[in-house]
Design a protein around this ligand. Structure first.
Ligand code: ADP
Ligand code: MG
Ligand code: ZN
Length: 616
């Protein structure tokens, strides 16, 4: 079969791009295939071409990019390939209509969201579909180590197991796969010794630079300077994206640029779908050439002529950075990627990552960003190395062109080093038994009441506002460890937390408690701390059930926002309590719980099991 001919005839492309043909051949031979090609490399073609060769079988494509499914289906239509999409933007009737078309064999391609693909109503008919290929787009979403983890993705492997034939190959597509993510993806999808197609991550036309602004003011000045070529009444040089980590910063940077007369748009998850869509349109049509955005903007919205990507704050990982910065220069013409590196922003990211429950390894991901900013190694060499690729120095980044190194860099690094050394010195201390006991006693007295910093400050004998507010300076433990640096006590508590000697409750304000601490005795409703009147009452340590309940309630609240339903329509509190108590392990067990009907199981069942699966 002449693939090139087919490519020309059906897709209008004269040749394959790197990696495409190899991956397509592998898919056609029926082998599980993992294609790791940078964004914009043309991964969709890898399933579209094989799908277009089928005469009666279906190619099922699972994709988290709801916003793009319609376009993809339409572009397939335009090529004479019968394709539909199925996701939450359609009502149930419409979704069922499309799914039955797929069952009847009327479709060559069905694009489906992971939520939908994992729903019971889909799974029920899935066995009747004649599948040619199962495609997982944005496959890194499978991995907790990736930067865009989707819990539903972890269940995808059951599809092939559930199918009576199960004779179709899996094609996984992603732009970002470190060794870790790659093995995770293969295992989680149950891919049988797949063919791995990897193409280069090196982007010769991109100039990477890191700058070290010391204040927000510096950042603002520098941003205005960098964007000066976009000033109105000049010829616009192309597009520019300014990425921020928080919505607040996005708003700030946007206002700044607007005040200075730039034609600029703003994109973040807090805006309504309508406004977001309009912003996106204004940007894609070129009416508004500059966009300030959080990472909510991006996946798939690629424009060829992005000349500048500024990261106004550090991103959450090197993977995210590569993907976001990599939106520059898709047309292969020169473009710049500039990262503003500031410690306070790293702290912000660390905080946001730690807030996201069930996310592990945030510190590790941030460490790569720190290394990227601070090591004297070609930026692209570092980026490619992160993705497991070895390249020669790029010759154009700020490290390669020493003269372009930001003058603040040296100052910044020296400061960092001194600070890190001092901090580490303070953190190292050898506790004796009495000293450890003092900490434990305090925790026993105040289970799940204070965080590590306040505990350390109290024991170290500090008199901060918080300590005075809680009248902890009157507690007999106050100052008991005043010979030990507060940092060392924090380090000890962290160590204990890691070794599960101490537990943490609460996400936003994590509070520590000892595992065995039971209900606390109270004297006439108040606990006598030292004979004086205590300002606060210690609380009961949270039990496992109450933590499960909290997770379930968080999930319920999130869904109610997403679906714009009242909370009780999703789940009432007593029902969540029953679930937390019974901890069902299967959909059937869940359905047997009072107050949980089949409709609820269908819509939320897998998510709930996923939440419960985190508990023994
Ligand atoms: P990815 O999913 O890898 O980010 P896409 O599949 O969305 O990339 O493709 C990016 C663009 O490249 C699309 O506009 C697509 O039409 C185009 N493209 C794909 N393959 C080829 C090819 N062989 N020749 C020219 N253009 C291609
Ligand atoms: Mg894609
Ligand atoms: Zn370089």
């Amino acid at each position: 079969m002449d693939l090139k001919n087919h490519l020309q005839k059906y897709f209008g492309f004269s040749s394959f791009r790197p990696g495409q043909e190899e991956a397509i051949q592998s898919v056609l031979s029926g082998k599980d295939t993992l294609a790791i090609l940078p964004t914009g490399a043309g991964k969709s073609l890898i399933y579209q071409l094989p799908a277009s060769l089928e005469t009666n079988k279906l190619t099922l494509v699972i994709s988290p990019l709801i916003a793009l499914m319609k376009d993809q289906a339409e572009s397939l239509h335009a090529r004479g390939i019968s394709a539909e999409f199925c996701n939450s933007t359609q009502d149930e009737v419409e979704q069922m209509k499309i799914i039955s078309q797929a069952v009847r064999g009327e479709l060559r391609v069905l694009l489906i969201s992971p939520e939908r693909a994992m729903s019971l109503s889909f799974l029920r008919v899935f066995a009747q579909m004649h599948l040619a290929y199962l495609v997982i787009d944005e496959a890194h979403c499978v991995s907790q180590w990736g930067h865009d983890f989707r819990p539903e993705y972890r269940q995808i492997h059951t599809l092939r197991e559930k199918h009576p034939k199960g004779d179709f190959p899996i094609l996984a597509l992603t732009a970002t796969a470190t060794e870790k993510v790659r093995t995770d993806v293969q295992a989680a999808l149950g891919m049988a010794s797949p063919k791995v197609v990897l193409s280069t991550f090196y982007r010769p036309n991109l100039k990477f630079t890191v700058e070290y602004p010391s204040t927000e003011r510096d950042k603002a000045d520098r941003l205005l300077e960098l964007l000066s070529p976009w000033k109105e009444n000049r010829k616009i040089p192309g597009r520019a994206i300014v990425y921020c980590a928080t919505r607040k910063k996005t708003d700030e940077a946007y206002e700044l640029l607007k005040d200075f007369g730039f034609s600029v748009g703003k994109y973040h998850a807090g805006r309504t779908d309508g406004i977001r869509e309009r912003t996106q349109n204004a940007y894609t049509t070129g009416k508004v050439p500059i966009l300030v955005a959080t990472n909510a903007f991006g996946m798939g919205m690629d424009q060829p002529d992005v000349r500048l990507v500024v990261h106004y704050q550090v991103p959450s990982s090197l993977e995210a950075y590569y993907q976001e910065a990599g939106r520059a220069g898709r047309d292969n013409a020169p473009a710049e990627c500039i990262l503003f590196y500031k410690n306070a922003d790293v702290a912000t990211q660390a905080f946001m990552i730690s807030k996201e429950s069930n996310f592990k390894g945030g510190d590790t991901l941030l460490k790569f960003i720190k290394d990227y900013a601070n090591q004297l190694i070609c930026r692209q060499v570092q980026l490619c190395a992160y993705f497991g690729e070895t390249i020669q120095p790029c010759g154009i980044c700020d490290i390669c062109m020493q003269s372009d190194l930001s003058p603040e860099r040296d100052k910044f690094l020296k400061n960092e080093e001194v600070k890190a050394r001092k901090k580490e010195e303070k953190r190292t201390y050898d506790f004796d038994e009495t000293e450890e006991e003092a900490i434990l006693e305090f925790l026993r007295q105040f289970p799940a009441t204070f965080g590590k910093n306040l505990i350390a400050k109290t024991l170290a004998g500090k008199k901060t506002k918080d300590i005075l507010r809680y009248r902890l300076e009157r507690n007999p433990h106050h100052g008991k460890l005043n010979r030990i640096p507060e940092e060392a006590i924090v380090a000890k508590l962290e160590d204990w937390t890691e070794r599960k000697k101490v537990f943490v409750s609460g996400n936003k304000y994590p509070k520590l408690y000892l595992p065995q601490s039971g209900p606390v005795k109270r004297t006439s409703g108040r606990l006598s701390v030292d004979g004086t009147v205590p300002a606060i009452k210690p609380k009961k340590a949270p039990t496992e059930n109450s933590q499960i309940l909290r997770d379930l309630m968080n999930y319920r609240d999130k869904k109610s926002r997403q679906l714009k339903w009242k909370k009780f329509m999703v789940f009432q509190n007593p029902v969540l309590k029953r679930i937390a108590e019974r901890k069902p392990r299967s959909l059937a067990e869940l359905e047997a719980t009072k107050g949980v009907g089949p409709a609820k199981v269908e819509r939320f069942g897998n998510d709930i099991l996923e939440i419960l699966s985190k508990w023994p």
